[in-house]
Design a protein. Structure first.
Length: 134
């Protein structure tokens, strides 16, 4: 499909690699992995580790060159429009579907908001990219 010298950029988030500062590491792990593994109704298939699969996909593409880039989108707050806010809204919405009781989720979110208020919040969303040249 690409002409000689053409480039393809192939990238995706790795939702199973999300980093969240929280006082409850076990619950945080359950939430992160539960969200990453959950197939939502609008999806045909879900793979929360897609980002880490990008290098192998690119390597199998018979390209002249492949450059791999990784980025970590970081938020230190939970303000509107941030990756953190969007993600936390998604997991809250899906909490019972990923096996987390609503009350437990609410307390966890309140703890994160308290951390944000005191400057102790951290959210990292990994993104992997392959720049492939034909």
């Amino acid at each position: 499909i690409l002409r000689p010298g053409g480039r393809l950029v192939l990238g995706h988030h790795d939702f199973d690699g999300i980093i969240i500062s929280s006082d409850d590491k076990d619950l945080t792990r359950r939430i992160v992995h539960g969200f990453a593994d959950h197939k939502q109704n609008w999806q045909d298939f879900a793979e929360g580790r897609m980002g880490r699969m990008i290098p192998a996909l690119a390597a199998s593409g018979n390209f002249a060159s492949v450059e791999i880039e990784t980025h970590l989108f970081v938020d230190l707050h939970t303000s509107m429009g941030s990756y953190a806010r969007d993600y936390l809204s998604w997991v809250e919405e899906l909490s019972t579907q990923i096996g987390i009781e609503q009350e437990t989720m609410t307390k966890w979110l309140e703890g994160l908001q308290a951390s944000a208020t005191h400057g102790r919040f951290f959210f990292g969303l990994p993104w992997m990219c392959a720049v492939c040249q034909k």
